[in-house]
Each structure stands twice: as structure tokens, then as C-alpha cells.
Design a protein around this ligand. Structure first.
Ligand SMILES: Nc1ncnc2c1ncn2[C@@H]1O[C@H](COP(=O)(O)OP(=O)(O)OP(=O)(O)O)[C@@H](O)[C@H]1O
Length: 237
């Protein structure tokens, strides 16, 4: 379970998140939607222990990230696919990650296989990777420790149609095995295919949340998204 309880985050007197509460139950994919600048990445960084809330709490499996024992085997994160060292090969990046988590090298081979980067692709330096390959490597890194929760910030960016389908099946499989998956994306059609639940934020506030069926009430997610964000733009802050 991933949980936000009344999280507010202020930067330079600006409320980037304003009293945000929601949960990501185990066994679900929760689509995290919102326009540019809505506060999605800020919320995910707080959950992953990279930033502190000004007030409220964000917890992973019942605890703040900083208090998790062996966080790498509890929660996997993909927050910035461009963050990997460009001079290392994909295999080296994952081998270092596996060493940090105390995992055998065989796990590196497994995740390389899982994300379709085994063989010569894994031996190439990351600086030469396409965006889609960097996303696959980031997902492999997030999965190394077989985490029970995943925080993925726009993992489908740069993936081709086969890659998007692959990721959809991967995330459904992980949720089916009990993982709590939080997935931010601007690809609304894709979110509609993969998510069980939706949380939508705008201007740092939760605009709506619920199951996919409750959320759209028979309308497309895109239509609901456009209506809710337009309403939020019109409401006074
Ligand atoms: N470290 C920071 N210092 C100051 N302001 C910040 C910082 N990080 C984010 N912000 C501001 O917080 C707001 C929300 O940004 P955030 O990146 O969380 O939005 P987002 O929903 O992820 O957007 P996008 O869809 O464009 O990725 C923006 O106005 C951004 O400028």
C-alpha cells in the first residue's frame, strides 16, 4: 500500500501540493493524472523519500520511505529515466544496483531478460540508448529487488507501440501478483487500458479519485480529464 495523508508541500510560499490524500492499494495499478505542473512528480518524489512534505505524511507499506528497512526490496522507483550514468552499460548499472541491494548477479540477467535488454543491448553504454531503452532500463532497475510497491513517473514516455503493450502486460502481471503500482502518465488512453483506479490532481489538489468505472461514468478518461481540469482552472484558489 502507498498512502498520502493530508500532504501539503510548499516551495517559496507556493503550495505545490495542497492537502493531498489518496491510497494505492496492493494488487492495483493506480493511474496518477494531472496537467503539466499539477504536482505529480513532487508527490512521487515525496513518496520515494527524495523530498519532505511541509505537512502531512506519505507512507510506503505503512512507513515513511526513510524508515523502511531495505527500501530497495520493498519499493521500486522510476522517477527520471535520464538519471543513469551515460558511460556505464545497462548491465553495469543493474549490477551496481544489485550489489547495493545484496542481490545475486543472476537477478541482473533476469531483469534484463524481463525488459528485453538481454544480449548485446545490455552491454551497450546507456549514453547510446534510445529514450525507450532508458525507460526499459529504469523499469529493470525498479524491479531488481522484487518490490511490493512501484512508483513510476511517466514510464511509457518514448516507448514504441510494442513497448507500450509490453509495459501494460508487465504492470498488469505485477498488480496481479499483489504489487501496488502508482503510475503517472499523460497517455490517457494507455492509462485507461492498464489502470484499476485513477487519482487526478490539478493545481496541487485532488480533483477526483476512484475506480476507473466510477471515474469516467461511461465517458472517456480524456473527456473527464478535460472537464475536471477546466473546472479547476475556473475555481478560485
Ligand atoms: N524543487 C522545486 N523548487 C521550486 N518549485 C518546484 C520544485 N519542484 C517542483 N516545483 C514546482 O512545483 C510545481 C509542480 O511540479 P511537478 O513537476 O510536481 O508537476 P507535474 O505534475 O509532475 O508536471 P509534469 O506533468 O509537467 O511533469 C511546478 O510549478 C514546479 O515548478
Amino acid at each position: 500500500m502507498l498512502e498520502f495523508h493530508r500532504v501539503t508541500k510548499t516551495y517559496n510560499a507556493m503550495k505545490v501540493l495542497d492537502d493531498v490524500s489518496f491510497t494505492v492499494p496492493p494488487g492495483t495499478v493506480t493511474g496518477f493524472l494531472g496537467p503539466n505542473g499539477a504536482g505529480k512528480s513532487t508527490a512521487m518524489r515525496i513518496l520515494a523519500g527524495l523530498s519532505r512534505p511541509t505537512s502531512g505524511s506519505a507512507t510506503v507499506l505503512g512507513r515513511p520511505y526513510a524508515e523502511l528497512e531495505g527500501p530497495g526490496s520493498q519499493v521500486g522507483t522510476l522517477l527520471d529515466a535520464g538519471a543513469q550514468h551515460p558511460g556505464r552499460s545497462g548491465r553495469e548499472v543493474l549490477t551496481l544496483g544489485a550489489m547495493m541491494l545484496g542481490l545475486p548477479r543472476s537477478r541482473v540477467d533476469e531483469v534484463l531478460e524481463l525488459v528485453g535488454l538481454s544480449g548485446k543491448e545490455g552491454k551497450r553504454v546507456v549514453g547510446g540508448y534510445s529514450l525507450g531503452m532508458r525507460q526499459r532500463l529504469g523499469i529493470a532497475h525498479a524491479l531488481l529487488g522484487r518490490p511490493k510497491a512501484l512508483i513510476l513517473d511517466e514510464p511509457a514516455n518514448g516507448l514504441d507501440p510494442q513497448g507500450i503493450r509490453w509495459m501494460r502486460e508487465l504492470l498488469r502481471g505485477l498488480a496481479g501478483a499483489g504489487c501496488a503500482v502508482l503510475l503517472s502518465s499523460h497517455l490517457l488512453y494507455e492509462v485507461e487500458q492498464v489502470a484499476d483506479r485513477i487519482v487526478m490532481i490539478g493545481g496541487g489538489r485532488v480533483l477526483a479519485q476512484g475506480t476507473l468505472a466510477e471515474f469516467g461514468q461511461g465517458r472517456s478518461l480524456e473527456r473527464t480529464f478535460l472537464d475536471l481540469t477546466a473546472q479547476a482552472d475556473r475555481s478560485p484558489a
